[in-house]
Every structure is written in structure tokens, then in C-alpha cells.
Design a protein around this ligand. Sequence first.
Ligand SMILES: Nc1ncnc2c1ncn2[C@@H]1O[C@H](COP(=O)(O)OP(=O)(O)OP(=O)(O)O)[C@@H](O)[C@H]1O
Ligand SMILES: [Mg+2]
Length: 233
Amino acid sequence: MALVITDVSAGYGGVTVLRNVSLALAEGEILGVLGRNGMGKTTLIRCLAGLIEPTTGTITLGGENITDLAPHERARRGVATVVQGRGIFPRLSVRENLTMGRVAGASARRDRTDEVLGYFPRLGERLAQAAGTLSGGEQQMLAIGRALMTDPKVMLLDEPSEGIMPVLVQQIAAIVTAINRQAGLTIIIVEQNVPMVFGMTDRCIILEKGRIVAQGSRDEVSRSEVMKEYLAI
Ligand SMILES: Nc1ncnc2c1ncn2[C@@H]1O[C@H](COP(=O)(O)OP(=O)(O)OP(=O)(O)O)[C@@H](O)[C@H]1O
Ligand SMILES: [Mg+2]
């Protein structure tokens, strides 16, 4: 298993948000995480990225226990995170943002600049431009490109479609799927955009109040009562 999450709970200042979440991702799998606002999706991503410490449970990456590792140590071992709202460096150029990704990863690993610019030619045309002046869609591409520059084993994407027009959402979905297929990258994608996730993933979970309340294939999840309620809102 590429990533195993066992009985993880976490929260903020004594308030529990994520409750006893257990999940195992096979190498090369894409897992979709669905759920309404405030259900703990970002909290799950933060736990995996090392940005908050779980109060219970363990996280292993390729068999190694990474539960207590700092975010940069996880990045070196191959966990790349595209945070909600993108988290790029607005004053730095596109090129500098990509370089930051390379530095954050394992330096011995390969340089993936050409590959990243192959996936996102728009970035190649804007290498000298300040990242903060890119369009929302381009910033999302840069955030994904920077994550890929770390040469990761696992990529965590938190709502990449947020605030992006539908045609670009489709493009981003297609590129992330291609990255998964070509690079065999294991991916967790948090999304409110259900069709996007269903088009990309083998398996989904639905989080409600920090718990996994449904999981399975696209068909299994669509048939669940939870999903019917979720789609009705
Ligand atoms: N830094 C924080 N301090 C205190 N509470 C927080 C913090 N971040 C999130 N929370 C709370 O934890 C709960 C889950 O938040 P989280 O961001 O994980 O939700 P989410 O599922 O990602 O929602 P969204 O779809 O709106 O991004 C919410 O009630 C939120 O208010
Ligand atoms: Mg969130």
C-alpha cells in the first residue's frame, strides 16, 4: 500500500474534527473525497501533509510511519500537497515557484520541469510572470505543477476546481488523470464537484462531521443514501 491511514482523529484546540478515519490507498490509485462544507476534508489533508498533528492514529507512506514527521520531511519522502486556495508565492515568478517545488522535494530525484511544462504549456509561456498575476486557473495549474516538481509518490489536492470556470476544470481533471496514468502517482483529490471526481476516480469516500459515512466505487457511492442526501442539497 502506498498510503495507509489508521484510526486518525484530529482537530483544533481540543475540538475534534476528524474522527477515527481509516483508509488505505494502493500505489497509483486515485481516491476522491467528497463532503459538504466544514465536514473535515481539509483537516484530513492537513493531517496527511503534517500541518496538524493527529490526536490518535497513524499514517504510513510505503510502509514507513510518517505520523510524527514535519511537513518538509514528508515532502522529501514524496508527499506533495496542493492546498485549498493554491498557496503559490504571488511575488515570485512562475519559474521561481516551480524551482521552490524542486527544492522541497528530494534533491536526488529527477528534474521534472520539462514534463510539468508539457502538461501545462500555459505555464511555459509565462515563466517570467509574477505568479500573483496569473489567472485563477493558471494559478491552480502552477500549484499542481509545483507539487509535481517535488517528484512525489503521493499527491494531495484540496478542491482544485474551486473558483475555476468549467472548461478549465475539465482540463485540470484531464491533466491530473494523465499524471496519474503516466507517472503512476497515487492521488487524493478533495472536491465539491461530484461529476469531476466521478470522472477521475476509482473510489470515493464521503466525509460527514469528520467520519467516513460512505465509500466505494462511483456506482456504490452514487447509490448510497448519504449520496442521495448530499446531491439533493
Ligand atoms: N484552524 C482552525 N481552527 C479552528 N477550527 C478550524 C480550523 N480549520 C478548520 N476548523 C473547523 O474544522 C471543521 C472542518 O473544517 P475543514 O476545513 O476541514 O472543512 P472542509 O470539509 O474542508 O470544508 P470546505 O468544503 O468548506 O473547505 C470546521 O468546523 C471548521 O470551522
Ligand atoms: Mg476545505
